[in-house]
Write a protein that binds this ligand. Structure first.
Ligand code: NI
Ligand code: MN
Length: 228
């Protein structure tokens, strides 16, 4: 069973078979995560959904310290490669690749993607990850609800999903419930909420709305680790 640690906003570490897979690190710029020291975060792989600052801010520092391999879309990887991060793996939409921890498929996200200096970030992505001898999960990245999510539900048995739920920049709660239905996920870990004023949510309302749809929404405390 993988262990999942929440580091705030859309940043999670999934530990499986001794490998740490970190998603979208944005910690040092997040007031709510001020008790997390980025120098203590383990990473063997860093997956980056798109180029926005609230998803890439701490990639360079963590990758340099840990030597983690960065995995993302082609343009985001090129941007980090120019900064001298040598262990990287570019992908693009629809493509899958088998890594040591499992297979990653880059899937569509409806959003935008520019890097912090304004460079073109390619198209934003989500990931479907099939852990070796473990569960399969979906990490939505920042996205609107899209019918493309139905393909994920048709092609995979999704054991759990990380879904953005904060509204304004991404799906809100009601659309995230439909995303859960489209992908077939019953266990949902919420992300991309509360960090900024326009994405503050009522936790009890959010959990109730998912529960009414027969789904379980988990909202982790920053620094909390669970097994799924
Ligand atoms: Ni974004
Ligand atoms: Mn974002």
């Amino acid at each position: 069973m993988p262990k999942i640690t929440f580091y705030g906003h859309a940043c999670f570490c999934v530990e499986h078979n001794g490998l740490n897979i970190l998603f979208d690190p944005f910690i040092s710029g997040n007031d709510a995560a001020k008790d997390i020291d980025i120098n203590t975060i383990p990473a063997d792989f860093i997956l980056i959904s798109h180029g926005h600052q609230d998803h890439v801010l701490d990639v360079e520092a963590i990758a340099r310290r840990t030597g983690a391999k960065i995995i993302s879309g082609f343009e985001v990887i090129n941007w980090f490669a120019k900064k001298g991060l040598e262990d990287h793996h570019p992908m693009n939409h629809g493509g899958a690749f088998e890594f040591d921890f499992g297979t990653v498929k880059l899937v569509n996200a409806v959003h935008s993607s520019s890097l912090p200096d304004g460079s073109y970030g390619g198209n934003p992505a989500g990931f479907v990850i099939s852990l070796t001898d473990g569960p399969t999960f979906y990490y939505s990245g920042d996205t609107a609800l899209t019918y493309d999510m139905k393909l994920i539900g048709e092609q995979y048995n999704i054991d759990f999903a990380f879904l953005c739920i904060g509204d304004n920049f991404t799906m809100g709660i009601d659309d995230a419930v439909r995303a859960a239905e489209f992908t077939g996920a019953y266990k949902i870990i919420g992300m991309h909420y509360d960090t900024f004023p326009p994405i503050k949510i009522d936790h009890d309302d959010a959990k109730r709305i998912f529960s009414n749809a027969g789904r379980n929404l988990l909202l982790l405390e920053i620094g909390e680790t669970i097994e799924l």
